[in-house]
Design a protein around this ligand. Structure first.
Ligand SMILES: C[S@@+](CC[C@H](N)C(=O)[O-])C[C@H]1O[C@@H](n2cnc3c(N)ncnc32)[C@H](O)[C@@H]1O
Length: 398
């Protein structure tokens, strides 16, 4: 215990010192990103140190209950109900407004209070805090709801998936934990696009948030679209509901966009000018690319969802459509840098494995992937702006 005490004191001193620097930076109007990371990491270490090991492992293993509780509260629209009044809301009012079981609601609310997602200023009276207030954003709520609902359900089948694959991850297309969970032969996207419109719509909203609402830098701040010539054509391959294309089109009136995806055209924003320059096209990217010689093809968060074999197929079709030395292929995806587990790639890895049977790639794996495309793709630029994320500009050499 004496040993633990001195470790705890050292951690306490580290935390105090980081807090001092954090406050100084805030006062100077700077963003104390490094200090935030140091404080969080030291507080976590301290928490682990003072918690009995059995309790710690138990807490971690039981964490799925927090996921379940958040999902239930989202399903029951509780965060919205709590936002309707300025003052805290009693449990009985929430029961009445949501029509749900009192004991169920109480249980889910208590779990969210314990995880600091909600506040309980007096017994059985609840109010939003800054964390739950994020869930009032429709797209933010969709992302969290998707992770809780699809993520948890699919992740629960990973154990069977790994057993059935003898502990290996096949590099070609194979039966995923997602397919085991939903008892379907269809892959993730075809399943949602054709069988579960509600979840597909939620996923599209979630994608808008994860690319815009999170700390991630928008792709147009990484690659300068204004450098493309007047009337240049940009093809957003697997562009979902076109959120990137619409945003970038608004900033670049000289460009036109074709958004390609599975299923039916999403309702485009009724903005008077943008829709005319943003067209939607049904296209399956495992087939020949119908738009030849475009100025730029964009693959945003596409290859991360695909096995090596399928990535070669997608890139092969794009390379065949590209005009050598002219067409740019812009790829914005996850990078396993091996450093920061809390980065995009680290946090998403188990989810990618469960849903798609693949993991995020290291820089060496990315380079090897490009080298395998027969008509020659070469990286002309690369950016690693956010942890766990890489953006490549690639051209066809011959
Ligand atoms: C992770 S989301 C990325 C959406 C968007 N590019 C972004 O960056 O936010 C993957 C997208 O690829 C689409 N997709 C999946 N399989 C596809 C296929 N075979 N052909 C075309 N699009 C596909 C999905 O419908 C979904 O919109």
């Amino acid at each position: 215990m004496a040993h633990n005490n001195s470790q705890a004191e050292q951690l306490g001193a580290r935390i105090s010192e980081s807090i001092r620097r954090y406050s100084e930076k805030l006062q100077a109007g700077e963003t104390p990103e490094e200090e935030i990371l140091r404080i969080s990491s030291a507080c976590r270490e301290l928490d682990v140190l003072v918690t009995p090991p059995e309790s710690w492992t138990n807490q971690i293993a039981m964490a799925y209950n927090s996921t379940v509780s958040m999902c239930l509260l989202l399903d029951l629209n509780i965060f919205q109900l709590l936002s309707e009044k300025d003052e805290p809301t009693a449990l009985d009012t929430l029961v009445e407004r949501s029509g749900s079981s009192r004991s169920l609601l109480r249980c889910a609310l208590k779990e969210c209070v314990a995880r600091c997602i909600l506040d309980e200023p007096s017994p059985e009276v609840y109010k939003l805090n800054s964390r739950s207030a994020c869930l009032l954003n429709e797209n933010g709520a969709a992302w969290i709801h998707y992770l809780c609902d699809v993520g948890l359900f699919t992740g629960a089948h990973l154990s069977r998936y790994i057993t059935e694959n003898d502990g290996q991850i096949p590099s070609h297309r194979h039966q995923t934990a997602f397919q085991m969970a939903y008892q379907t032969d269809k892959q993730f996207y075809p399943f949602f696009r054709s069988c579960d419109r509600k979840r597909a719509e939620r996923f599209d909203k979630a994608m808008q948030w994860s690319s815009r609402g999170s700390a991630a830098t928008p792709v147009e701040n990484i690659f300068d679209f204004s450098q493309l010539k007047s009337d240049a054509v940009v093809v957003d391959v697997g562009g979902g509901s076109g959120h990137h294309a619409i945003r970038i089109a608004r900033q670049n009136p000289h460009l036109s966009f074709i958004v390609q995806d599975l299923g039916v055209a999403p309702p485009l924003d009724e903005d008077s000018e943008t829709p005319r320059r943003v067209q939607w096209q049904q296209h399956d990217f495992y087939n020949e690319q119908p738009v030849k010689g475009a100025d730029l093809y964009f693959l945003g968060c596409i290859l991360m969802d695909n096995t090596l074999g399928d990535c070669c197929k997608i890139l092969g079709h794009l390379a065949n459509a590209m005009t050598p030395k002219k067409s740019i292929l812009l790829i914005d995806d996850a990078l396993d840098s091996g450093e920061d587990y809390n980065s995009l790639a680290g946090a998403l890895n188990m989810h990618l494995l469960a849903c798609f049977g693949t993991l995020s790639r290291t820089m060496e794996e990315w380079e090897k992937l490009f080298s395998e495309i027969s008509c020659g793709l070469s990286i002309v630029n690369r950016w690693t702006v956010n942890p766990g994320r890489v953006t490549f500009a690639v051209k066809r050499t011959s």
